[in-house]
Design a binder for this molecule. Structure first.
Ligand code: SAH
Length: 221
């Protein structure tokens, strides 16, 4: 009879071949930015999900992280990061909806200076623990309502929102640097990813693929 896998051995397996398989799949699905692919290979995604779900951490699915929230599927994380940084240095980035901290970790690995806002204190603590376990401790995590952005650290070269809003919060447009990009899901039952670029001529908006995110809520808890 085969010896049962200890968590340590299981994680060892998860950390190499399985991650390579995930990045190969992302490549096949059209992710091209090598910085994003390298970050997705390097960050141990299983550290960001519940231990009971660790074996599914590298499947292309979203998973529950508690408090009714989810970690986005790898393809969505890769796509949004690519949209945010393609063709330039990531610079200073604001994330809205820290969740388990996985997207935060990917942004950090691409070299971005990251600020991340989360409205749920318990989830923010979870993100802090996960990021510490992954040895990625240099993000500024803020407990607050992302609708207001983070004026004291603005302007941002990139803003990424990982919860779906009905409208684009004006504060976020105000806090975007000229040449900066905002990537976010917009909608309710039916949601699409939007890329909004701030140019010297004004805002350039592109509606992209259909997505499914938890809603952006107001206030903090
Ligand atoms: N990027 C995350 C995805 C988290 S799910 C990850 O990689 O895991 C979306 C998160 O947005 C949830 O944790 C939710 O609590 C948070 N959220 C919802 N409305 C918010 C708001 N107004 N301000 C900040 N965070 C918000």
């Amino acid at each position: 009879m085969a010896a049962p896998l200890t968590p340590g051995r299981a994680y060892g397996m998860l950390s190499d071949r399985t991650r390579l398989r995930m990045t190969d799949r992302l490549r096949q699905l059209g992710v091209r930015d090598e910085r994003v692919l390298a970050a997705m290979y390097e960050v141990p995604r299983h550290l960001f999900v519940d231990q009971a779900l660790a074996t599914r951490a590298y499947d292309d699915v979203s998973l529950p992280i508690g408090h009714g929230q989810t970690i986005s599927q790898p393809l969505t994380v890769a796509r949004m990061t690519e949209l945010l940084i393609q063709g330039r240095q990531p610079g200073r980035v604001l994330e809205i909806g820290t969740g388990c901290g996985y997207q935060t970790a990917i942004l950090l690995k691409t070299g971005a200076e990251v600020y991340s806002i989360e409205r749920l204190g318990a989830i923010l603590d979870l993100a802090r623990r996960n990021l510490r376990a992954a040895k990625l401790v240099h993000a500024r995590l803020v407990h607050g309502d992302g609708h207001a952005g983070l004026a004291e650290a603005a302007p941002f070269d990139g803003i990424i929102m990982t919860a779906a809003a009905r409208h684009v919060p004006q504060a976020l447009l105000d806090q975007l640097a000229e040449g900066g990009r905002l990537v976010m899901p917009l909608g309710d039952e039916e949601q699409h990813l939007w890329l909004i670029e701030k140019t010297s001529q004004g805002l350039q908006k592109s509606k992209l693929e259909a997505v499914k995110f938890v809603p952006l809520l107001t206030g903090r808890a």
